[in-house]
Design a protein around this ligand. Structure first.
Ligand SMILES: CC(C)(COP(=O)(O)OP(=O)(O)OC[C@H]1O[C@@H](n2cnc3c(N)ncnc32)[C@H](O)[C@@H]1OP(=O)(O)O)[C@@H](O)C(=O)NCCC(=O)NCCS
Length: 182
């Protein structure tokens, strides 16, 4: 299994790779409840998840594009940790994140984002960045709460800024958040 690049009390972050994570990434990305705020719909096939996984890896055009699996650290000393979510960069410096619904409300994403930000600012390739960004639909109360609890600050409010796949052509607003380099 891929090594943890950062750990917190209950969680580890692993750089997403096909061999270790495709099945669990597919379970997360194809989950309808997790995808309600997404800009793209998921037809439920593993090929779509694989394509998304490759799109969210570093490339010449998008060297900043990367995704990490959020894993539960096994309590019983087993080596294989369970993947419960993902965090990555759909846009440069702007994170997107998801947790499987059965793990919602247990503080996992807050714990993951605090750990993630600490790790991300420390990476050599990110020394040029002074700000980590996030954006939440005004109606996505859980996401706002997570960002606030993780230490993000409210920024600009953008009207009709993104298109939710679920709503077709209708555009939705976005509340931006930021976290400055500590
Ligand atoms: C947003 C999301 C990542 C939160 O993950 P999580 O592990 O449940 O988050 P946490 O447990 O750390 O914190 C959730 C907080 O939101 C609160 N919350 C959840 N639903 C809420 C609601 N409908 N209204 C108000 N607060 C809500 C919880 O009570 C908790 O706050 P508290 O600790 O003060 O009680 C998860 O719900 C998810 O994956 N959603 C779908 C994908 C998504 O929305 N991604 C973000 C796109 S911007």
């Amino acid at each position: 299994m891929a090594p943890n690049v950062a750990t917190s009390k209950r969680l580890g972050l692993q750089v997403l790779n096909e061999e270790d994570h495709l099945q669990s990434y597919h379970a997360i990305m194809s989950d309808a409840a997790s995808g309600v705020w997404s800009t793209s719909s998921h037809g439920g096939t593993i090929e779509e998840s694989r394509a998304k996984m490759f799109d969210r890896q570093p490339s010449k055009e998008k060297p900043w594009s990367q995704t990490w699996a959020i894993c539960l650290i096994p309590e019983d000393g087993r080596e294989t940790s369970k993947v419960i979510g993902a965090v990555g960069f759909p846009r440069e410096c702007e994170i997107g994140y998801r947790i499987k619904p059965q793990y919602w409300g247990k503080g996992y994403m807050t714990e993951a984002l605090v750990m993630f930000a600490g790790m991300w600012f420390e990476l050599d390739e990110n020394k040029k960045y002074d700000r980590l960004l996030a954006a939440a639909d005004p109606a996505n109360a859980a996401s706002h709460r997570v960002l606030q609890k993780s230490g993000f600050t409210k920024g600009e409010y953008k009207e009709k800024a993104y298109q939710r796949a679920l709503l077709g052509d209708e555009k939705s607003d976005l509340q931006l958040y930021y976290m400055d380099r500590p």
